[in-house]
Design a protein. Structure first.
Lengths: 113, 882
C-alpha cells in the first residue's frame, strides 16, 4: 500500500453500511467523500468501485435505493439501510472488532518475542 | 439466504430483467463531483478531468458494475450451449439415434410413472387431502377390510374426539336416469348429509346437503352428468330429475374432477343416505350392528396426529367390544389417507407397477448404454478437435463440462420425445375397458408429477451417459490425438469400455426378452383357456326394470315379453335371460351346505350364484352333463338349481348330486342338473363352483341389483341385432335404460384385459430393447472394423473367410457372455411375475430355451454385416488411407 490507502472489497462494504447508519440516506458520491473524510483522508477511493459494492449490498437486501434531489438540487440516487442492513452492520462491526483484536494480539506478541 | 437472493436478482439481470439506471447514476455522480470542483475554484475543464480520473474511467466503472449485475457464468453457459447445439447439429445421424433411443426409454418410463402418479401419488381431489382419512374395520385374523354398519359409524362419530367431522356413504347405487333423451343407467352414492363438508369439496354450483335433509328427495349431480345430460344448463339447480322413476330436486353440481373418494369408482350423483333405500332394494336394516355396508371418511382435527387418532380408535374398538361382544368382539379400526388405493387391491397394483417400473428402468438403461456407446465413438472421432482445445489452454474441467452439456441436451431432447410418446401411450392405455360390472375411472394422463419426473430423469440420464465419454475425451494421449491417430484406445486392451457396455446391454435385453417371452406365452395360453361356453354368435344387452319402479310381477312380465319378442326376430334362434354375464369380474357368491348331512362333515362351499331362464345352457353352449335344464319353474314353487361339475365334485365328491338338496342360508334348492364348468369372474381363476338358480323363482324374493341381461344367439353377425333389440325394448317401455350392450366376443375381449395389457406392454418394451441392443452391438462391431481396417489390409494375405470369422468370433464371444449373465437374472426375476401369468410357469422351459437362441441369431446377424464389410476390404485402398 502506498501513502494513500486503497480499500479492499469486504471492508468497503462495512464502511458503506456504517456510514449510512450514522448519516442516514446518502448518494454514492456523498458516501465516497464521507468515507474519505472519516478516514482522515488516509483513504483514497476509486469511485468506480463504490457502485458495484452498493449494487452488491442492494442485491443482498442490506440497502435499498430511490431517486431523489441532492443538497444542490441535482437528481441523485439515494441509498438507505434496510432493517436487515442495520442488523448486519452491528454483527459485522462486532466480528471486525474481534478480528482486529486477535490480529493486534498477534502483532503485540510478535513484538515481545 | 442472502446469497440466494443476490443470485436470483443477478439471474434476473442476465435474463434482461430489472432496470438498469447506472448511466444516469454515473452522470449524476460526475455532475456533483464537477460542482464540488468548481466550488473549489477549478476551471470547468479541470474539474471534469479530476472527476473522471477519480472515477477510474467511465467504461471501466460501467464494466465492473455490469459484471456485478449479471452472473458472469451465465454468458459463458449460453456460449457453451450454442456451441453444443452446433456440434449436435453437425452429427445429425448420431444425434437423431441418440434422441430416439433416450426418447423410447424415457417415454416408457414416463408412461409407467403416469400410472404410479395416478394410482399411488395423486391425492383425492378434496380440500386438504392430507387430513382426510378413509376408515375401515379390520377383523382380527381376517384380511383387511370391511365397511361399517350404521350403528358402529354413529358410535364412532359421536365418541371419537380426534376428528372434526366424520361422514359415511353407500358406495354404489345403480339408477336409471330418465327425462330428456334416451334413458340411461347412471351410478351414484348415498351419503350422510355432512359428506361434502367432511370432504371440504366446494360445489361448482348450488350447495351440498343441509343437516336436516337426510330424508329429503334432493340430489347433487356431478359436473360430468350435468354436461352430458343437461348440456350445462345454468338453471339446473331447483329442477327435478327422475332417478329410477322417483323425483329428486337438484340442489348442487359437484366438480367433474371428483369421481369418488377412492378415486377408482366412477359415480355421478349423490343422494342423502336416508333416501338410499328408495333406490336400492333390500338395504341392510339401519339398526343392525353386524351388517357392514357403509364406507366412512373422517377429517382429522387440526393438531391431532395420525398416531394419536389410531390410538383413540384402538381404545374405542376395545370399548365397543366390551359393550357389544356379540358383534364387535373382533373389530379393529384402521385407516389410510383418503384417495389412496383401496386396501383390497393395493398390493396387487403396487406389485404390478413395481414390476413395470423395473422393466422400464431396464429399458432406459439399455437405451442409455446405446447412447453412451455412440458418444464414445463420436468422441473418438473428435479427438483431434478436443486435443486442440486442450493444447490451446482450455482446462480439462471445462472440456468435460462442454461434453456433458452436449449429452444433457441429448437427454433433454430425448425427454421431450419421450413425453410426446407417453402422451400417446397413456391415451391408448386409457381406452382399455376393464372387465368389471361397476363403473371405474382408471384413465391415466401425463400430469405435472410426470412432467417433473420426466425432466429430472432426462437430465440425469443425459449426465450419466455423458460422464464416461466426457472423462475419456478429456484425457487423450495428446501426441497421438494431435496427429489424428487414436488417442483414446489405451494400448491393446482386450475389453474396451464399449465392449463392456454392449455386454451389459445385451445381458439386460436377454432378461427383458425372457420376461416378454413369458408374457407372450401367457397371452397365448390365456387364449387357449377353456371358458366353458361358446362366445360366437351371442349378443347381449341389460335392463333393470326395478329402477323404473317395476314391481317384481311387472318385471317378470316385462322380461317374458321381451324374451318372446327377441326370439321372434329374424335370424334369432334362441333368447334367454340371466342376471349378469359370465366373466364380468364377479357377481353373487354364497356359502352352500348339503341338506341332511351331519354338521361335522358339512363344510360350506362358496359357490357363484347366477340366475338363468330355461334354454340358457344350450344358448351359451355349456354342456349339460347330467339331469335336465330348467323347465317351467313357477315363482312360488319349490326351488330348483343346476350346478356345475366343480360344485358337484366339491360337495358330493363324485357322487351324483341330482335330487339332492343344498341350502344357501336362506333357501333350499333341489339339484336337477349338472353342467360343464365355466369361468365365472376372471379368465385366470381356478375353476369355481357355480350354482344356477331359476330366474323366475328368484326374481321376487332376491332381485338382482345389477339388472338382467338378455342373451340372444344368431347364426349371423350378432352386432346387427342391437338395433332391432333396442326397438323391442322401447316398444315395451320407452323409458327403459339399456346398458352393457355388446357382443359376447367383445365382452370376452375385455376379460382378456390383464394378459392382453401385460403382453402388449412387454411386447413393446421387449421389441424396443432388442432393437436397441442389436444396434448397439452393430455399432461396436462396425467401430472395431473401422479401427482395424489397416490391420485387415495388411493381413489380407490371409483369406477373406478368416477375416470374417475373426469378427464373427469377437461378436459371438460378447453375445455368449451377455446371455450367460442375463439368463440367470431372468430366471430369478421371473418368480416375481408369477401372479400375472396365465397357465405358464415362471420357469417356462420353452421361453427359456427359445429366447436365447433367437437373440443369438439376431446378434450374430448384427455382427455379420460389419464382418462382411471387413472381409471385402480392398488391401490396396486401406494401405493408401494412411
Amino acid at each position: 500500500m502506498g501513502d494513500k490507502n486503497e480499500v479492499w472489497q469486504g471492508t468497503l462494504a462495512l464502511m458503506v453500511l456504517r456510514t449510512l447508519e450514522t448519516m442516514g440516506p446518502q448518494h454514492g458520491y456523498g458516501l465516497a467523500r464521507r468515507i474519505e473524510q472519516t478516514s482522515g483522508d488516509k483513504l483514497q477511493l476509486n469511485y468506480g468501485t463504490v457502485y458495484p459494492a452498493l449494487l452488491k449490498l442492494e442485491q443482498e437486501g442490506y440497502i435499498r435505493s430511490k431517486w431523489g434531489a441532492s443538497e444542490n438540487n441535482r437528481k441523485a440516487k439515494f441509498y438507505e439501510l434496510t432493517n436487515a442492513g442495520r442488523r448486519h452492520v452491528r454483527k459485522a462491526a462486532q466480528e471486525w472488532e474481534q478480528t482486529t483484536e486477535i490480529v493486534a494480539r498477534f502483532l503485540a506478541s510478535a513484538e515481545e518475542a | 439466504m442472502r446469497r440466494l437472493r443476490a443470485m436470483f436478482l443477478r439471474l434476473m439481470g442476465a435474463a434482461g430483467r430489472g432496470r438498469d439506471d447506472f448511466d444516469e447514476e454515473l452522470a449524476s455522480h460526475l455532475e456533483m463531483h464537477i460542482d464540488d470542483g468548481l466550488r473549489a475554484g477549478l476551471s470547468a475543464e479541470e474539474a471534469r478531468r479530476q472527476a473522471l480520473i477519480r472515477l477510474g474511467g467511465v467504461e471501466q466503472a460501467r464494466q465492473s458494475y455490469r459484471e456485478r449485475r449479471l452472473l458472469p457464468g451465465i454468458e459463458r453457459l449460453l456460449r457453451d450451449l450454442r456451441y453444443a447445439l452446433r456440434t449436435l447439429g453437425r452429427h445429425p445421424a448420431v444425434t437423431a439415434i441418440a434422441i430416439l433411443s433416450v426418447g423410447l426409454g424415457i417415454g416408457a418410463n414416463a408412461t409407467i410413472f403416469s400410472m404410479v402418479s395416478r394410482f399411488v401419488l395423486r391425492p383425492a381431489p378434496v380440500g386438504d387431502p392430507a387430513t382426510l382419512l378413509s376408515l375401515h374395520i379390520a377383523e382380527k385374523g381376517e384380511q383387511c377390510c370391511n365397511p361399517f354398519s350404521l350403528p358402529i359409524y354413529h358410535d364412532l362419530r359421536d365418541q371419537g374426539s380426534s376428528f372434526t367431522r366424520m361422514g359415511a356413504f353407500y358406495e354404489l347405487i345403480p339408477s336409471s336416469l330418465s327425462g330428456v333423451g334416451e334413458p340411461e343407467r347412471v351410478w351414484g352414492q348415498g351419503v350422510t348429509t355432512n359428506f361434502f363438508d367432511t370432504l371440504e369439496l366446494p360445489m361448482m354450483m348450488g350447495r351440498g346437503f343441509a343437516e336436516n335433509e337426510d330424508r329429503a328427495p334432493v340430489v347433487v349431480l356431478s359436473e360430468r352428468l350435468w354436461q352430458r345430460r343437461f348440456q350445462r344448463d345454468a338453471g339446473i339447480v331447483g329442477e327435478t330429475v327422475h332417478l329410477s322413476g322417483q323425483q329428486f330436486t337438484v340442489i348442487g353440481v359437484a366438480p367433474g374432477s371428483f369421481h369418488s373418494v377412492d378415486q377408482v369408482l366412477d359415480t355421478e350423483f349423490w343422494v342423502p343416505l336416508g333416501m338410499t333405500g328408495e333406490l336400492v332394494p333390500n338395504l341392510p336394516p339401519s339398526d343392525a350392528r353386524d351388517y357392514h355396508w357403509l364406507q366412512v371418511v373422517a377429517r382429522l382435527k387440526p393438531g391431532v396426529t395420525r398416531a394419536q387418532a389410531a390410538a383413540e380408535l384402538n381404545a374405542l374398538a376395545q370399548r365397543f367390544a366390551l359393550n357389544h361382544p356379540a358383534t364387535d368382539r373382533d373389530n379393529l379400526f384402521v385407516f389410510e389417507q383418503a384417495g389412496s388405493l383401496p386396501p383390497r387391491m393395493r398390493s396387487a397394483v403396487l406389485l404390478f407397477l413395481a414390476m413395470l417400473g423395473l422393466v422400464v428402468l431396464l429399458l432406459l438403461a439399455i437405451a442409455g448404454m446405446n447412447v453412451a456407446n455412440l458418444l464414445f465413438a463420436q468422441v473418438a472421432g473428435r479427438q483431434r478437435e478436443l486435443a486442440m482445445h486442450l493444447a490451446l489452454g482450455a482446462s480439462r474441467g471445462r472440456l468435460r463440462g462442454k461434453l456433458l452439456l452436449e449429452s444433457v441436451l441429448l437427454g433433454v431432447g430425448g425427454g421431450v420425445l419421450g413425453l410426446v410418446l407417453s402422451v400417446w401411450a397413456t391415451g391408448a392405455l386409457s381406452t382399455f375397458h376393464l372387465p368389471a360390472p361397476v363403473p371405474l375411472d382408471v384413465r391415466i394422463s401425463d400430469d405435472w408429477r410426470t412432467l417433473l419426473y420426466t425432466f429430472v430423469l432426462s437430465v440425469l440420464a443425459g449426465m450419466v451417459l455423458g460422464l464416461g465419454p466426457a472423462w475419456a475425451a478429456s484425457r487423450p494421449k495428446m501426441a497421438n490425438a494431435l496427429k489424428g491417430e487414436d488417442g483414446l484406445s489405451g494400448g491393446r486392451r482386450r475389453f474396451s469400455v464399449r465392449s463392456v457396455l454392449v455386454v451389459a446391454q445385451i445381458a439386460m435385453s436377454v432378461t427383458l426378452l425372457l420376461l416378454t417371452g413369458l408374457f407372450l406365452r401367457s397371452l397365448e395360453s390365456a387364449a387357449r383357456i377353456d371358458i366353458g361356453f361358446r362366445p360366437q354368435g351371442l349378443a347381449m344387452l341389460s335392463v333393470d326394470p326395478r329402477l323404473n319402479g317395476y314391481m317384481p310381477a311387472q318385471t317378470s312380465q316385462f322380461l317374458a315379453q321381451l324374451r318372446e319378442r327377441a326370439a321372434a326376430l329374424p335370424g334369432v334362434d334362441a333368447a334367454v335371460w340371466t342376471d349378469v354375464a359370465m366373466l364380468s369380474g364377479g357377481n353373487r357368491s354364497e356359502g352352500l351346505t348339503v341338506v341332511g348331512r351331519a354338521a361335522k362333515d358339512n363344510n360350506p362351499a362358496t359357490a357363484e350364484l347366477y340366475m338363468v331362464t330355461p334354454g340358457y345352457f344350450s344358448t351359451m353352449g355349456t354342456p349339460l352333463l347330467a339331469g335336465q335344464d330348467f323347465h317351467g319353474e313357477r315363482a312360488g314353487g319349490p326351488k330348483t338349481a343346476v350346478v356345475n361339475k366343480a360344485f358337484a365334485d366339491r360337495l358330493f365328491s363324485g357322487e351324483s348330486p341330482i335330487g339332492q338338496y343344498v341350502n344357501d342360508g336362506r333357501w333350499t334348492y333341489r339339484i336337477i342338473g349338472v353342467s360343464g364348468n365355466a369361468k365365472s369372474r376372471t379368465l385366470g381363476e381356478a375353476t369355481r363352483p357355480i350354482l344356477y338358480r331359476s330366474l323366475d323363482q328368484s326374481l321376487t324374493e332376491d332381485p338382482s341389483l345389477m339388472g338382467y341381461t338378455l342373451v340372444v344367439h344368431t347364426r349371423g353377425n350378432p352386432a346387427t341385432l342391437f338395433e332391432p333389440l333396442r326397438r323391442q325394448v322401447y316398444a315395451l317401455d320407452p323409458a327403459m335404460a339399456i346398458y352393457n350392450q355388446e357382443t359376447m366376443e367383445e365382452h370376452i375381449r375385455s376379460a382378456y384385459f390383464l394378459p392382453h395389457l401385460a403382453a402388449i406392454l412387454f411386447g413393446v418394451f421387449g421389441a424396443i430393447g432388442l432393437v436397441l441392443a442389436t444396434t448397439g452391438l452393430y455399432g461396436v462391431m462396425s467401430y472395431a472394423v473401422a479401427r482395424r481396417t489397416r490391420e485387415i489390409g495388411i493381413r489380407m494375405g490371409a483369406r477373406r473367410g478368416t477375416v470374417e470369422q475373426l469378427f464373427l468370433r469377437q461378436g459371438a464371444v460378447l453375445t455368449v457372455i451377455a446371455i450367460a449373465l442375463g439368463w440367470p437374472a431372468a430366471w430369478m426375476v421371473s418368480r416375481l411375475v408369477r401372479s400375472f401369468l396365465y397357465g405358464v410357469e415362471p420357469h417356462d422351459a420353452t421361453t427359456f430355451a427359445v429366447i436365447p437362441v433367437v437373440l443369438a441369431v439376431v446378434a450374430l446377424a448384427a455382427c455379420w454385416i460389419p464382418a462382411r464389410r471387413a472381409a471385402l476390404v480392398d488391401p490396396a485402398k486401406t494401405l493408401r488411407a494412411e
